[in-house]
Write a protein that binds this ligand. Structure first.
Ligand code: FDA
Length: 399
């Protein structure tokens, strides 16, 4: 039966969610000869792709492997990641003539625009014969003898396989919903506690006031939480701490935990200060520290340690204190900016309920969950899209 929109109401596969994972699943299933309908409540597909990577989409990471993902079961992601690799996605990007470059740490970005990736996925979907229905409000999902019926404001769709790719809770303003979690629960699948990941951390008002002069300053840093550490940029903001190093550690951080900040971790600041004292004793500590750190940060650190006088006046103990203030600073964030700005949602559908080869629910044949809604969350740097492509491909291969 053909619906008002010209879409086939009965198909082999329904995909809910036209994001990164859903589009990849539709492409793979369509190329296998399956009839596919993709439903999304948004007005445009791939909205998160469009805003990703500052508009240039960090679409994969050439070093992506299981070690770059957080999950209650760190082994779950292995199978899908091995069967659709960064090289596979790069091959697709190259086939479509999209220019790209490696920015840093294996992170690949479009030279021009993230929209190129969306266009590519839509072209691939067209070639695979997958139909796309936007503005589809999902009223309910039920099991039928033949598979699944998805009711929308404009009628029902039926298919033998249902792939759920509605993402996580981050950026609700962009239409993120808890749909996948609710649906998983409806079908008896466990959902692990969800929380915002890759998110700036906030500080309590007292601490925030003291670092207010630093807002806008960025510096290379190592941020440590327990045995996990990331070396990337740290950014001081009006709300607290941000920058890639903080976003990375935020996925490991829990309320009440401390993080340890080391600014310019590749420089031995204590030795630098001792050398500066020997070479130019009349220099101020601000100037000596300002040679290797942003000036405002240097001044802040000196004032915070209540150090005054010239370098020559300062005992080595004071210099060590100053260095420690910059390189082993324990900070207890008060919270995070939450889903409003988080790039991803940690936790989600328990991988124990899914087959790691196909993403199919073990207890509900024909029902698949892929992408961010599953309890697999990547580091910052193209890993989350790689998970979306790989899990989408895995489901599209079997649905
Ligand atoms: P995604 O959220 O992409 O798609 C879900 C789709 O389902 C959407 O189209 C939505 O409209 C639809 N939907 C939701 N609820 C629905 C409902 N109830 N009914 C119907 N449809 C529904 N990652 C990375 O690797 N590199 C990067 O550069 C970035 N950059 C980045 C920037 C920002 C600002 C954010 C917020 C996130 C990133 N990410 C990223 C993370 C990345 O965007 C994310 O991991 C993937 O988009 C997840 O893909 P999914 O397909 O699972 O969900």
């Amino acid at each position: 039966m053909i619906g008002e929109t010209g879409l086939q109401r009965k198909s082999d596969v329904i995909v809910i969610g036209a994001g990164a994972a859903g589009m990849m699943a539709a492409i793979r299933a369509g190329k296998r000869g399956r009839s596919v309908v993709v439903l999304d409540h948004a007005r445009a597909p791939g909205e998160k792709i469009r805003i990703s990577g500052g508009g240039r989409c960090n679409f994969t990471n050439i070093h992506a492997g299981p070690k770059n993902f957080l999950s209650a079961n760190p082994h779950f992601c292995k199978s899908a990641l091995a069967r659709f690799t960064p090289a596979d996605f790069i091959a697709m990007v190259d086939r479509h003539g999209i220019a790209w470059h490696e920015k840093t740490l294996g992170q690949l970005f479009c030279d021009d625009s993230a929209k190129d990736i969306i266009r590519m996925l839509l072209d691939e979907m067209r070639m695979a014969g997958a139909a796309l229905h936007l503005g589809a409000e999902i009223a309910g999902v039920e099991r039928t003898d033949a598979g699944f019926r998805v009711s929308t404001g404009e009628g029902a769709y039926e298919a033998s396989s249902l792939i759920v790719a509605t993402g996580g809770k981050s950026i609700p303003k962009m239409g993120a919903t808890g749909f996948a979690y609710r649906l998983a629960e409806q079908f008896g699948l466990a959902v692990l506690e969800t929380r915002p990941g890759l998110v700036p951390l906030t500080l309590d008002p007292g601490l925030l006031e003291s670092i207010a002069p630093l807002a806008g300053i960025a510096a290379p840093a190592e941020i440590r939480h327990g045995r996990t550490a990331f070396r990337e940029a740290l950014l001081f903001t009006h709300r607290g701490l941000s920058g890639p190093a903080i976003l990375q550690i935020s996925s490991y951080w829990r309320e009440g935990d401390e993080i340890v900040v080391a600014i310019e971790p590749d420089i031995d600041i204590a030795s630098h200060l001792k050398r500066a004292k020997q070479l130019n004793g009349r220099q101020s500590p601000q100037t000596a520290l300002g040679d290797i750190l942003p000036k405002r940060l240097a001044q802040f650190l000196v004032e915070r340690e209540k150090i005054s006088g010239n370098m020559a006046d300062l005992p080595d103990k004071a210099l060590l204190r100053l260095a420690a203030g910059a390189q082993s600073l324990a900070v207890k964030p008060s919270g995070s900016e939450g889903y409003r700005t988080a790039e991803v949602t940690l936790g989600g559908i328990d991988t124990a309920a899914l087959d790691s080869r196909s993403m199919e629910a073990k207890a509900v044949p024909g029902l698949y969950f892929i992408g961010e809604c599953v309890d697999v969350t990547g580091w910052l740097g193209g890993y989350n899209f790689q998970w979306a492509w790989a899990s989408g491909f895995a489901a599209g291969e079997c649905a």
